[in-house]
Design a protein around this ligand. Sequence first.
Ligand SMILES: CC(C)(COP(=O)(O)OP(=O)(O)OC[C@H]1O[C@@H](n2cnc3c(N)ncnc32)[C@H](O)[C@@H]1OP(=O)(O)O)[C@@H](O)C(=O)NCCC(=O)NCCS
Length: 211
Amino acid sequence: MADDVPDHLLLRGPSMTVRTPVPGDATALYRLASDPLVTQWFSWGPYQETAEARAYLDRLPEQRALATQLDLIQVHRDLGPVGITGLSEFAFRDRRAMVGSWLGRGAWGSGANTESKALMAYLSFELLGLHRLGAYANPRNGRSVRALEKVGFVREGLLRGWHRHAGEQLDVYVYGMLRPDWEHGPLGAVPVEVEGAVPPAFLRRLQATAA
Ligand SMILES: CC(C)(COP(=O)(O)OP(=O)(O)OC[C@H]1O[C@@H](n2cnc3c(N)ncnc32)[C@H](O)[C@@H]1OP(=O)(O)O)[C@@H](O)C(=O)NCCC(=O)NCCS
C-alpha cells in the first residue's frame, strides 16, 4: 500500500480469527474450495488447481487499495484456515456494505460462521463506523438462510433475477442488520481483539463523505 501503514488486519474472537490473506494461503483455499458443494451458489469454482486460488489472492491487495472489497481469511483455532469472509458493495456515503462468506465443509455447523460473522460485524460497525450490514442468500440455500437469520440478520425482501449463475438468472433474499440490531443481538456479545489496521483507503472514503 502507498500509505505508511502495514497491510495487515486481524480480528480475533474466542475460537476464530479473520485476517488479511497472504499468498501462502493459496494451498489451503484451493483445498477448501475445490469441493463443488462449497461453491455451488457462486459465480466461480470449484477450484480445479491451486493457481486459481493464487490468482484470487493476487487480486485482493488492489481491492483493498481501491476500497472496493475487503476479504479476510477465516482461521479456526484448531482447524486452521476454513474459508473466506468479506465486505463488498460499499456505499460510503450511506455507511453500508454487504457481507458474504464461505467455509470448507469440515467447518459447517462448527460455530465458525457465527463467530466470523461477529468479527465482521465488529469490523463493520465498530472499526468502519457503518450503520448497515447487508447479506444475500439464495432461497434454496437453506443453510445460508438459517445461518443468517439465527445471528440476527432480518430478511427484508426478495430480489428477483438478481444473480446470474450457470446461465440462470436467480432470485436472492436480501438481509439487513442495522447498528442497533448488532448492539443488542448475539453478534454484539462476542469479545473481539484487533491487530493491525483497517486499510486506510476505506477510512479515507468514509471521511470524505462525513456529514
Ligand atoms: C453458508 C455457510 C457459511 C453457513 O455456515 P454453517 O456453518 O453451515 O452455518 P451454521 O451451521 O451456523 O448454520 C446453518 C443452520 O442451517 C441449518 N440447516 C442445515 N441445512 C439446512 C437446510 N437444508 N435448510 C434449512 N436449514 C438448514 C442447520 O441446522 C443450522 O441451523 P442450527 O444451528 O439452528 O441447527 C456455510 O454453510 C457455507 O460456506 N456454505 C457454502 C457457501 C455458501 O453457500 N455461502 C453463502 C452464500 S450466500
